[in-house]
Design a protein around this ligand. Structure first.
Ligand code: ADP
Ligand code: MG
Length: 651
């Protein structure tokens, strides 16, 4: 090979080496500069030129001490060390650049060249960004740490073995004196329990559970803390900490003291429970009171009912008992036996009537058609007036009672005559009771879409409360003189007749009670009961010591047109009978009289006045079969029809 060719080859080789070196220099992520044995710059890469702000022409051949013109630190020492043969541990050097400061981690390494000369290799790594990141990170960590410390919660980080790695200041404060180094120590100090008081084993501690990979949320525990070991309630959260391979490397546990909150909650709850209990108690008391009040009312009503029933039942039982006794005495006498049997039956009927009267208050169902008839209310008013008139003065306690009557023709309703009469009687009686000292009794019947009868008085009137309660069974303001059944019965009767009863009244203004019925059928008018027979008026001497009976019979007889002289005992009767001036056609006498027997009077009368028609009213005494002197006998209680028929002599 010719020398020129060799030279060229060498040159080529060199050239090739040079290219390889340049490529190598460019490939490394560092700023690189190569200095030969004379410490002159022989090779650079773009990063170096960029760092120092030179192009390759400017750079080539520069002495090493001038090779870093924009370095902000003196590098002489490091260059000398490297030139002396020892490598320089990297040093941080700031460089001034147009774009700003760059921080470079620089190292100088000694090099031996082919001729035994000593060169130096500079390698610089730009760590500006990395350093900024590191500073940011440090700042963030510092911030996090201050947040960590400022938290009111206690934060504790442990490693996989449960050793304390880090605590915040709250956690440190809580265990200032003891400074637990592990979860076990902490557990011993805290003696954690559940809220229900069960002691927690160390492996049940939230931190221990987090170390097994569990996320523990909002566990509430009671712990002992502080010098005095006071109980505190803490809410604990714990999370496992993982490494990049997802292995648990520790746990972070955050505890919050909720002692006060728990205490307040309990207080609120206790208070709420107390209030609720109080409300319940009051409600119970109130209900009990109400119940007692209505029970009292019911009992009072039942008591009144019982008293009334007892009175009536006694009235029925007395004669039954008397008759039973007499039956036993006269068991051999068939006539007497029959007589007592009849009396017993009759007394029992009275009892049954009482029972059905009570029953009527209990049921107020409408009537069934069959027992109904058409009743003319105006005619019925006249009857009731005629029946009661003789008693008005007595009932109104001596005052004068005037009648103001206005009766419509054909005030027809469907119903039971007996019940309607009873209702009117009750209203008239109440009106008279209210007019002690007299007044005006007004009775009115009207016909319209409905048929009504109104009974008014000019008496005391009713307060609102009395008006409200007047229809209640057993409600009375008359004490022992009232039963409180009158208006209740009126109300029931009105209801049973598909009608209603209304009261208009004010204290001192009198009272109107109105019964309103649906109209009856005009065509179906039946003659109201039997047509009245005109009787011959008779003069009658009535002897009866019992006031009610006497007044009843007198009223009845007078209503029928007779003239009645009523006396109370044998003596008065004898005086009249013995007086030739005294005119009398009929004698009606009771048997049990205070000053003697009615039979003696009968004997005397028969002797004195043979033509006299004589009747006796017997109670429970056995009939004197030997004394045939009387013309008729009536048994107590005396029926009105019986009495009138006997007086007329047509029975
Ligand atoms: P009693 O007449 O036995 O008291 P009632 O049921 O007939 O029972 O009446 C109840 C109450 O209604 C009476 O006690 C009375 O206070 C009041 N009352 C009824 N009618 C009248 C009236 N015409 N005027 C004033 N008060 C009356
Ligand atoms: Mg009454």
């Amino acid at each position: 090979m010719p020398p020129s060719t060799l030279h060229e080859a060498a040159h080529d080789t060199l050239h090739a080496d040079r290219n390889r070196l340049d490529a190598l220099l460019e490939a490394v992520p560092l700023a690189v500069a190569l200095f030969d044995g004379t410490l002159s710059l022989v090779a650079t890469n773009a990063r170096y030129r960029e760092l120092t702000g030179q192009d390759s022409a400017q750079a080539m051949g520069r002495p090493i001490y001038d090779a870093f013109p924009n370095a902000l630190a003196d590098l002489t020492e490091q260059i000398d060390i490297a030139a002396g043969g020892a490598p320089v541990v990297s040093v941080r050097v700031p460089f001034q650049q147009r774009g700003g400061r760059r921080l470079v981690e620089a190292s100088f390494a000694p090099l031996t060249d082919g001729h035994g000369g000593r060169g130096v290799l500079f390698a610089g790594s730009d760590v500006t960004e990395r350093e900024e990141l590191r500073e940011d990170l440090a700042r963030s960590v510092a911030q996090l740490e201050s947040i960590f410390d400022v938290l009111p919660d206690s934060v504790r980080v442990v490693d996989a073995e449960g050793r304390t790695v880090r605590t915040n200041s709250q956690a440190q404060q809580e265990h200032a004196s003891s400074n637990p180094q592990s979860l076990r120590e902490l557990w011993q100090l805290d003696r954690p329990r559940t809220l229900s008081g069960t002691t927690l084993f160390v492996h049940e501690h939230p931190t221990a559970r987090a170390l097994r990979g569990e996320r523990v949320r909002g566990e509430t525990l009671e712990v002992r803390r502080g010098a005095g070991g006071e109980a505190a309630v803490v809410e604990v959260n714990s999370n496992p900490l993982y490494d990049p391979h997802k292995r648990v490397r520790g746990a972070v546990t955050v505890e919050r003291d909720v002692t006060e909150r728990t205490r307040l909650q309990q207080q609120v709850q206790t208070e709420a429970e107390r209030l609720e209990r109080m409300v319940q108690e009051r409600t119970r008391e109130l209900l009990a009171l109400q119940e007692a009040a209505s029970r009292d009312r019911r009992l009072a009503a039942v008591g009144q009912l019982a008293a009334g029933v007892m009175h009536d039942v006694n009235n029925a039982l007395n004669p039954i008992m008397a008759a039973a006794y007499l039956l036993e005495m006269n068991a051999e006498n068939p006539v007497a036996v029959r007589d007592y049997a009849v009396r017993i039956a009759r007394a029992a009927e009275t009892g049954a009537a009482t029972a059905s009267r009570v029953g009527r208050f209990i049921r107020q169902e409408p009537l069934l058609g069959s027992r109904e008839e058409t009743v003319d209310l105006s005619v019925m008013v006249e009857e009731v007036v005629a029946m009661t008139r003789p008693l008005w003065q007595e009932r109104a306690k001596g005052g004068v009672v005037t009648l103001d009557q206005s009766l419509a023709e054909g005030a027809l309703v469907r119903g039971i005559a007996g019940e309607l009469r009873e209702a009117l009687l009750n209203l008239v009686q109440n009106a008279l009771d209210a007019m002690a000292g007299g007044g005006t009794l007004r009775i009115r019947t009207t016909i319209g879409e409905e048929i009504s009868v109104a009974v008014s008085d000019t008496g005391t009137g009713m307060s609102a409360e009395v008006r409200e309660r007047a229809f209640e069974p057993f409600f009375t303001t008359k004490g022992v003189n009232g039963t409180g059944l009158g208006l209740a019965e009126v109300y029931g009767i009105a209801r049973r007749h598909r009608g209603r009863a209304e009261i208009e009244s004010a204290p001192g203004e009198g009272t109107t009670v109105r019964l309103v019925f649906p109209p009856g059928i005009r065509e179906a008018v039946a003659a109201p009961e039997a047509p009245r027979r005109r009787r011959t008026a008779r003069r009658i001497l009535l002897v009866e010591d019992h006031t009610d009976s006497r007044e009843f019979m007198q009223a009845l007889l007078e209503t029928d047109g007779h003239v009645v002289e009523a006396v109370r005992n044998v003596e008065e009767a004898r005086a009249l009978i013995g007086d030739p001036a005294y005119v009398c056609e009929v004698l009606v006498t009771d048997i049990g009289l205070p000053d003697g027997s009615g039979w003696d009077l009968v004997g005397y009368a028969r002797e004195q006045r043979p033509a006299l028609r004589i009747g006796v009213v017997t109670g429970w005494e056995p009939r004197n079969e030997q004394d045939p002197a009387c013309d008729f006998t009536l048994r107590k209680p005396v029926g009105a029809a019986d009495l009138l028929a006997q007086i007329a002599g047509d029975a």
